[in-house]
Design a protein around this ligand. Structure first.
Ligand code: SIN
Ligand code: CO
Length: 388
């Protein structure tokens, strides 16, 4: 199969300046000669697996939206009518290599922002109704055709339709309309209302990007700070302010505590480490299993001498941060951080960029003793896998 490539007419810089996070845009033939990475039948097969998230959404009576969650039985599909339903399968990139490869097309954006690739098969007339999502999404069209209507950015208070388990908008005013065929993509920033309807049986790949909410960041970062606190440090009264009335809380007496809390939360270095660990958390941690028998350095070298290549676990997330102070380069893998001296920057960058490593293609990683130690640690913890 030919390697996937972005259409050379797609201007990444223009897209990032004008559209990313801001404005929906149709990207015609973003992938030229695109052929599906999975068939509708294979997708239905995945939807029958217990460990894979899937949904079936139907609109058999106009406006009577129904949701059924997987796993499904084969009979669930054979009993469906010919039109007006959609099967959606989450995180197909975890299970099908050709689908995971689609993510490489979006390497002009940080890989840790990608959440997953959800694939929908919609029978003619099928769709999931008017809604908005909290994340950026590229809707890449596979076989068949789908018509997309896109409205404005919604407030999070926008009224939802009653009497349905689906989060559908009560009011939807389309401003743009496009019909996508194989290789076309539609980019939709967070909270822009949209509604896709299959004009023929069709597959659509949703490359979704995650971004932690402010609430999630406050909760996660403060949890870390809480764990580090010594219980001897407490609120203290200073009665120098004079006697208090029974039941009285005095604002000035809270100054010290408020200042202490503010200082703890204002620790940018700590926040950076927390953030890197948080965004590199895998979506499905149970799919990253360490080796039962961790490899010693001699065993690891012997494995490489046998010509074994290393590949990233498709569930693992790698990210790095080039620190502006003396902290060097921080590497984050699957929710943990390791610091390296700044002269390791290019090795760490290739570790984050590539998905396959061999002595031929990634020599710098294999010749540096520090990197060899890291590779061994990553294989022992399951973030890298040995492949023949
Ligand atoms: C679909 O694939 O039909 C739904 C994708 C979306 O609207 O986000
Ligand atoms: Co959507």
């Amino acid at each position: 199969m030919k390697p996937l490539q972005l259409n050379p007419t797609f201007n990444v810089d223009d897209f990032l300046k004008q559209n990313w996070q801001k404005k929906p845009v149709l990207l015609p033939k973003l992938v030229q000669n695109f052929s599906d990475a999975i068939s509708a039948e294979e997708l239905a097969g995945l939807a029958c697996e217990e460990f894979i998230e899937s949904r079936l959404i139907s609109d058999f009576e106009q406006g009577g939206w129904l949701l059924k969650n997987g796993p499904f039985e084969e009979s669930d599909f054979t009993s469906l009518p010919e039109s007006n339903w959609t099967l959606l399968v989450q995180a197909v990139d975890q299970w099908v290599e050709a689908v995971a490869d689609i993510k490489t097309l979006f390497d002009f954006l940080p890989s840790w922002r990608i959440d997953d690739i959800m694939i929908s098969f919609a029978a003619q007339g099928g769709g999931v109704g008017p809604h908005y999502d909290y994340y950026d999404v590229f809707l890449l069209q596979g076989c068949g055709e789908r018509n997309w209507q896109v409205g404005e950015r919604c407030a999070s208070t926008a009224t939802q339709r009653p009497n349905t388990e689906l989060n559908l908008l009560q009011e939807f005013k389309p401003k743009m309309e496009f019909t996508l065929s194989a290789g076309d993509a539609l980019y939709i920033p967070p909270r822009f209302s949209h509604w896709g309807t299959a004009t023929s049986d069709s597959l659509c790949y949703s490359i979704g990007f995650r971004a932690p909410s402010l609430a999630e960041m406050i909760e996660g970062f403060s949890d870390l700070i809480i764990k580090e606190q010594d219980p001897v440090n407490r609120y203290e009264d200073s009665y120098a302010a004079g006697r208090l009335r029974s039941g009285e809380i005095k604002a000035q007496l809270l100054d010290t505590s408020f200042q202490q809390i503010s200082e703890k939360l204002a620790d940018k270095k700590k926040f950076i480490v927390w953030f890197g660990c948080h965004v590199s958390q895998p979506k499905y941690p149970e799919l990253i299993q360490g080796l039962d028998q961790p490899l010693s350095s001699t065993e690891f070298k012997a494995l490489l001498c046998e010509g074994v290549n290393l590949v990233k676990n498709p569930s693992s997330r790698f990210a790095f941060l080039e620190s502006s102070d003396d902290a060097g380069v921080l590497l984050f893998v699957d929710g943990a951080m390791v610091a390296f001296p700044v002269d390791q920057l290019s090795a760490i960058t290739s570790l984050c960029e590539q998905s396959h490593f061999s002595e031929d293609s990634s020599l710098s990683l294999f010749t540096d003793p520090g990197m060899m130690g890291l590779l061994r640690q990553l294989i022992n913890q399951g973030s890298l896998l040995a492949s023949g």
